[in-house]
Design a protein around this ligand. Structure first.
Ligand code: NAP
Ligand code: GDP
Length: 315
């Protein structure tokens, strides 16, 4: 098994790399290659084909994407659509051309329909438009599911996808303007503490999210690659009961970083999608005993990593 990981230098890719290194004995007979954009710009078909020809993988974990939080999506919806459509089309076609037997790509719960019933499950991805804030990203990601079905229909390939909720962990993008909510809040709290200023949380604090620790997600990715047999996607999420509000998430960051200053909410900023509560029954059916790291423990580990690696962290 020769596994090529696109997006191997990002939050999820580096977590998979860490878990592969930790599980050395479980990975016997597996050869792992982690790509970054420096190895190939995957928006180019030629560069994508060349890198696949060079490595001749049998299996692919496809993570590479233009990724960002709510505010980056609001500013650059068209770029999200174009970059991700090109990357996904190039990667799946190049995989097909070199005879890759299995590809696991990455969707997201933020591609789900905005007007829907809850909890949302894997059969509901295409039932209505996504939230307008991330229209470009969501439709490009939804097309991955369409492509997977078509590669199966026409060529019989097991090209599948996972659907994680909001991911966080060490090596995240801690950019305040462009990153997701947890790394953004961690960075803002770190600065507020240093400068003795209030922490400004964007929006009302009422939207809800399910968060998954990148190292838990990495372990689940390995299981999907090795054992999950379906072309149909699978949601990788903590339970519905573990959903937290943005206010609760901000309070957890404040606690993890020992911030004693004032916390204020800037309600002029967008709330984005109010919730996207995902159902993890399918995952629980396959993996009833999978252990998710408790949110506060995972958040503390992430905050400690950020403080220790402040100078080199992506921000
Ligand atoms: P990330 O930290 O931003 O990493 C993105 C990765 O994609 C990097 O390795 C980057 O390479 C690579 N990449 C971007 N553009 C590329 C290009 N044109 N050519 C080649 N490589 C390119 O993102 P992440 O959070 O790990 O996300 C991984 C996957 O999970 C994505 O498919 C994302 O949509 C999905 N996902 C993420 C979340 C989340 O909350 N983060 C939630 C659900 C799903 P460089 O390092 O060289 O730039
Ligand atoms: P989403 O889950 O795809 O909407 O993306 P985010 O991870 O960016 O989360 C957005 C939610 O967090 C919205 O309700 C924002 O109003 C709220 N939020 C609060 N503070 C921040 C912040 O500093 N950065 C970001 N990205 N979102 C924040």
């Amino acid at each position: 098994m020769k596994v090529l990981v696109t997006g191997g230098s990002g939050l999820v890719g580096l977590s998979i790399q860490q878990v592969v290194e930790e599980e050395r004995t479980g990975c016997e007979g597996e050869d792992w290659i982690f790509l970054s954009s420096k190895d190939a710009n995957l928006t180019s078909l030629k560069e994508t084909q060349d890198v696949f020809q060079k490595h001749q993988p049998t299996h692919v974990i496809h993570l590479a994407a233009m990724v960002g939080g709510l505010f980056k999506n609001l500013n650059r919806n068209l770029d999200f659509w174009r970059n991700n459509i090109h990357i996904n089309d190039n990667v799946l076609q190049a995989a097909h051309e070199v005879g890759v037997v299995k590809v696991v790509s990455c969707l997201s719960t933020c591609i789900f329909p905005d007007k829907t019933t809850y909890p949302i499950n894997e059969t509901m991805i295409h039932n209505g438009p996504p939230h307008e804030s991330n229209f470009g990203y969501a439709y490009a990601k939804r097309m991955l599911d369409v492509q997977n079905r078509l590669y199966f229909q026409q060529h019989g390939h097991c090209y599948t996808a996972v659907i994680p909720t909001n991911v966080f962990g060490p090596h995240d993008n801690f950019s305040i303007e462009e990153g997701h909510v947890l790394p953004g809040l961690i960075h803002k709290t770190y600065i507020a503490k240093k400068e003795r200023k209030p922490l400004v949380v964007w929006g009302s604090g009422t939207p809800k999210r399910q968060f998954i620790y990148s190292l838990d997600l990495a372990r689940l990715f390995l299981w999907v690659l090795r054992e999950y047999p379906e072309v149909e996607p699978i949601i990788l999420s903590v339970g519905e009961e573990d959903e937290v509000s943005i206010k609760e998430a901000a309070e957890a960051v404040v606690e993890a970083l020992d911030f004693e200053g004032k916390v204020v909410y800037d309600t002029h900023k967008s709330d984005g999608q109010l919730k996207k509560t995902a159902c993890n029954a399918k995952l629980r059916n396959y993996r009833p005993d999978f252990y998710f790291t408790p949110f506060k423990q995972a958040l503390k580990e992430t905050c400690d990593w950020f403080v220790t690696n402040y100078d080199t962290a992506r921000k």
